[in-house]
Design a binder for this molecule. Structure first.
Ligand code: FAD
Ligand code: NAI
Length: 469
């Protein structure tokens, strides 16, 4: 048993925790980061953002090679899938990036402590290791960055082989002939897309009357149409009543959300993706007196401090969208606050991106939110099919939609469905950070030919009209 005194101990080395640790070390604090898993990087690097994006990219290349290149004058012979090689590439990317975090810790002199942390006092943690030994860590400040875990589905046992969460869906050993996805959110649509492209018949069962609830309605309707054209089948306002194992087959009983219309789907794999919940198991929050809200999230103030002085929390374990970049930015802000600086994150300008093809990206308010808030707004839209670069790339699906305040022209929200929307949205985020008007975007010179010109034209649509439509 050993003891060390730190200025800051961060629990969890996901994008929230490792970024907080590095930022605090940059500011001169003596920092330890405690991680229970064997590798650093948390959900995002190990079983989330990174492996899913590797599979999305590779499966998209496969789909293009199979059917997207002829009209560009490229004819290939038979295109074959080597799933093992695809998975090896994904694993290699994950390994490189998680080792990269370990390297950054060394470079910044962040002490990496392996083990599971438990709060044993306001300024004290007990770290237990699987080998049975433990260590006491004393720190003037503690940041809880323990992230989230998949929401369990009552009555359905996840085995990560046939009934899988996102973790199992990132590692299937063969392409399932028939896949049912429960939940039409970020994970269901991204990983459903991966397996659809590789050949699975994909049926998505969604409880609500729309896919990606919370997204601008016009965009989610367009998104559903595009995914439908790619072969995904949607059962909206539908719930799973039960899953039965019948030899090699899974029998998924579904019915209307309100009851009735029972149907049984016979499939090979079920992906359960109905959301994530904060992970605080075994942290000792009760004993430490750290308050949770009604959804089990650690409650924090505007400085990311919990109700206990010196204990902070960031990332998926607190309120807000469960996104890696939100966790990272909160990590920076919390570290800066602890180091005595003034720092915050602008919750109104956090982008969200679904990395399908086309991508869907958004920042700020949706039309539905503006209506509820009684804010007068105007809509400027521009379709990809009128953008020269999109035409050159044969990426004609989608549009950019800008919502601006009717009175001031200030940008209130931007919603994009289209190729590389995740890159395009950065311009909108920056515009909103600077409180830009749509006219500011319209008067900014955009390189030609680029997809970003669709943003400029959507902004022009809020003035005298776009040039190219
Ligand atoms: P986490 O990344 O969950 O890290 C928490 C860490 O804390 C873990 O390593 C855990 O082992 C450790 N820990 C927990 N308890 C203890 C303890 N008591 N002691 C020691 N260590 C502990 N977000 C995006 O922005 N873009 C994407 O493309 C994206 N894709 C995703 C795809 C999938 C399949 C999934 C599941 C998620 C995806 N996300 C994406 C969400 C993103 O992964 C999370 O928002 C992000 O990882 C949250 O970061 P965090 O640091 O709060 O928590
Ligand atoms: P989600 O919240 O995005 O979507 C869950 C979906 O399941 C919703 O549409 C919901 O209505 C539906 N649902 C809930 N209960 C259901 C039930 N019983 N039957 C059928 N449908 C049901 O959650 P998801 O997809 O699990 O992802 C979790 C989080 O991880 C995301 O919200 C996001 O924060 C993060 N993530 C981000 C990604 C990105 O940034 N590209 C990619 C993947 C995940």
């Amino acid at each position: 048993m050993s003891e060390t005194q730190y200025d800051l101990a961060v629990i969890g080395a996901g994008p929230g925790g490792y970024v907080a640790a590095i930022r605090a070390a940059q500011l001169g604090l003596k920092v330890a980061c405690i991680e229970k898993d064997a590798t650093l990087g948390g959900t995002c690097l190990n079983i989330g953002c990174i492996p899913s994006k590797a599979l999305l990219h590779t499966s998209e290349q496969y789909a293009e090679a199979k059917q997207g290149l002829e009209k560009h004058g490229i004819t290939l012979g038979e295109v074959a899938l080597d799933l093992d090689a695809m998975m090896d590439h994904k694993d290699e990317v994950v390994e490189t990036l998680t080792k990269g975090v370990a390297h950054l810790f060394k470079k910044n002199k962040v002490a990496h402590i392996r083990g599971t942390a438990r709060l044993t006092g306001r300024r004290e943690l007990m770290v237990s290791r699987s080998e049975g030994d433990s260590e006491t860590v004393n720190a003037s400040n503690i940041v809880i960055a323990t992230g989230s875990e998949s929401m369990p589905f009552p009555g359905v046992a996840i085995d990560e082989e046939r009934i899988v969460s996102s973790t199992g869906a990132l590692d299937l050993k063969a392409v399932p002939e028939r896949l049912v996805v429960v939940g039409a959110g970020y994970i269901g649509l991204e990983l459903g897309s991966v397996w659809r492209r590789l050949g699975s018949q994909v049926t998505v069962v969604e409880l609500l009357d729309t896919i990606t609830p919370g997204m601008d309605r016009e965009v989610s309707q367009a998104f559903q149409k595009v995914l439908g054209r790619q072969g995904m089948v949607f059962k909206l306002e539908t719930k799973v009543a039960g899953i039965e194992r019948n030899g090699e087959t899974l029998r998924v009983a579904i019915e209307s959300a309100g009851g009735g219309n029972e149907e049984t789907l016979e499939v090979d794999v079920v992906l359960v993706a109905i959301g994530r919940r904060p992970y605080v198991a075994g942290l000792g929050l009760d004993e430490a007196g750290v308050a949770l809200d009604e959804k089990g999230r650690v409650m924090v103030d505007a400085r990311y401090q919990t109700n206990v002085e010196g204990i902070y929390a960031i990332g998926d374990v607190i309120e807000g969208p469960m996104l890696a970049h939100k966790a990272e930015d909160e990590g920076v802000a919390a570290a800066e606050v602890i180091a005595g600086q003034k720092s915050h994150v602008n919750d109104d300008a956090i982008p969200g991106v679904v990395y399908t093809e086309p991508e869907v990206a958004a920042v700020g308010k949706t039309e539905e939110q503006l209506k509820v808030a009684g804010i007068d707004y105007r809509v400027g839209k521009f379709p990809y099919l009128a953008n020269a670069r999109a035409r050159a790339m044969s990426k004609l699906e989608g549009f950019v939609k800008i919502l601006s305040a009717a009175e001031t022209d200030r940008v209130l929200g931007v919603h994009i469905i289209g190729h590389d929307a995740g890159t395009l949205i950065a311009e909108a985020v920056l515009a909103m950070e600077f409180g830009a008007s749509a006219e500011d975007i319209a008067r900014t010179c955009h390189a030609h030919p680029s997809l970003n010109e669709a943003m400029k034209e959507a902004a022009l649509a809020l003035g005298d009209g776009p040039i190219h439509l």
